[in-house]
Design a protein around this ligand. Sequence first.
Ligand code: XIL
Length: 301
Amino acid sequence: ATTLGASAAEKGRYFGTAVAAYKLSDATYSGILDREFNMITPENEMKWDATEPTQGQFSYSSADQIVSHATAHGQRMRGHALAWHSQQPSWAQNMSGTALRNAMVNHITNVATHYKGKIYAWDVVNEAFADGGGGGRRDSNLQRTGNDWIEVAFRTARAADPGAKLCYNDYNTDGVNAKSNAVYAMVQDFKSRGVPIDCVGFQSHINSGSPLPSDYQANLQRFANLGVDVQITELDIAGSGTAQANSYASVVKACLAVSRCTGITVWGIRDSDSWRSGDTPLLFDNNGNKKPAYTAALDAI
Ligand code: XIL
């Protein structure tokens, strides 16, 4: 096939991108989106601050716009993200203890119920582990409600939308390291105790300072061996030219080599759409032209 999505589909995988609702009216943007991609993650529109700006008052119009677009164009959706320390509404940032725990459960129930049946996979919990060598949880208001907040989030999401795959998603977990070891131990524990978890998302924000880990594929495989799917959820790779192209090809090949790697999502369409546009980390240039990284990714599928 001649596009990312169609080629991935031939291999039983998807190729997705993050989408911003306000850009859907940009014809260049939506033209590339609908030609190349068959999975969509809302870049910000399903986050807590966007969907519950005031406690108990839910706001779904921007996210609904993306879901409608996906439905009209035969694209599936990844939901992102139900519980996260970042991009919380200010009312939640100021909460703690039982009140915050109850607010989290209510939030997950409402959002997952609103989108019930429309989401392929939810990032139920995002970025809950600390960076560095300690292998511990990240300190946050959610973590301070008790170490069981993650499993409560997963059980709540399962009850609300039993058909969605439920993922844990994080960054700097792309190779074998203290942080990914800690996530691995949590998944193993969840599996052994019957806490519902179906997938692990590897954001794969790759910087020039810390290139693609050499054990990238092996790391995906060890998680898959625990009995969960793995997905590349927010891929972007700093750089340009052949070096960037080779790294993209390596990520695609690693996913295809792991049978439980179900798909790849890049975190935006054109470099100018990127949250770190200075790194020119995406597959299309500012004008929407294919970069060498695009050709390398397509050829690798
Ligand atoms: C980023 C978005 O791309 C930006 O538009 C926003 O200002 C901040 O969040 N990890 C995640 C994503 O899980 O939700 C983040 O997205 C990038 C890092």
